[in-house]
Design a protein around this ligand. Structure first.
Ligand SMILES: [Zn+2]
Length: 296
């Protein structure tokens, strides 16, 4: 593990956070609202956060960034993040940070960083073949094979939320019907359960409401089927699931592990646990730092 001091930054839809990090030891976390509809304001805030970290860590060797939404990891240029204002569209974030700091910069999307964080210090420690998925406002994912992130031509491989699990299911934000995200994200469960949010669907289902129960059951079956699919396609040694939806339904993990063991292809289904993500808010900062592994 790299022991070089770095500036780690996590750009989320609501907050942008920054901290010095050495190995997996985080310094004080500074944060600012992500003013993503105003590029100048966003960059001014980002500069302020970087400068605040530099007052604590005067000799960082690089800047490691986790960002919500798709990004070209080779250049650090953002595509059009779906959960942010249009001030970040096509932003050359890597170049801007390199110019501002004079340091080498690595940028990757939040799910890739979260997977690396779990490998480095969480549920997937020391694993080399992992499928990671997070179920919250959306469904995101990342895949590590043979110790390397699966990236693809444009750096967006591993986005497991937009595979169809229910052919005639609800319309997804991406334009298709029945994506995993359109069935098993928090907002999707709320919509199907005819409740204001996913938590409320859980309460109503427990009270016997059939609409809420159907919504949850469809989401549960989709998560289980997706896990078996991932085991068949990627042959991981571990599947890690995170996000509020899975945290609220820990029994889905055991159901998914059982389905993998029964229904997965041989020999991929052998001994492939499905476990919860264990790191909290700090996962993206720790994982981003791992982007520099062996690179300095
Ligand atoms: Zn979709």
């Amino acid at each position: 593990m790299s022991q070089h001091p770095l500036i780690a930054i996590d750009i989320g839809g609501t907050w942008t956070r920054a901290a010095a990090i050495t190995g997996d030891r985080l310094g004080a976390v500074h944060r600012a609202a992500t003013r993503s509809d105003d590029r100048d304001a966003f960059l001014a805030d980002l500069a302020g956060l970087v400068d605040a970290v530099r007052r604590e860590e005067s000799r960082p060797l690089g800047v490691a960034v986790s960002v919500t939404g798709p990004v070209d990891p080779a250049t650090g240029r953002l595509y059009s993040p779906p959960n942010t204002g249009d001030g970040l569209d096509d932003l050359a974030l890597g170049d801007w940070l390199a110019a501002h700091t004079g340091l080498p910069v690595r940028v990757d999307r939040d799910t890739n960083c979260a997977l690396l964080g779990e490998v480095r210090a969480g549920a997937a420690r020391d694993c080399r073949n992992v499928v990671f998925a997070t179920f919250s406002t959306g469904v995101g994912g990342a895949v590590l094979l043979d110790g390397r992130l699966l990236r693809g031509r444009d750096g967006v491989a591993g986005e497991v939320g937009h595979t169809v699990v229910a052919g005639d299911g609800p319309l997804c934000g991406c334009g298709r019907r029945g994506c995993l995200e359109a069935v098993a994200s928090g907002p999707a469960i709320a919509l199907a359960g005819e409740q204001p949010n996913g938590q409320r669907v859980s309460v109503m289902a427990a009270a016997g409401d059939p609409v809420a129960q159907r919504a949850l059951d469809r989401a549960r079956r989709s998560v289980i089927a997706a896990c078996v699919d991932w085991v068949n396609v990627f042959n991981p040694e571990l599947v890690v699931l995170g996000g509020g939806v899975v945290q609220a339904h820990p029994d889905w993990l055991a159901d998914a592990a059982g389905a993998v063991a029964r229904e997965g292809l041989q020999p991929a289904r052998r001994d492939c646990p499905v476990v919860p993500a264990v790191l909290g808010d700090e996962v993206a900062l720790i994982g981003a730092a791992a982007l520099f592994e062996d690179a300095l």
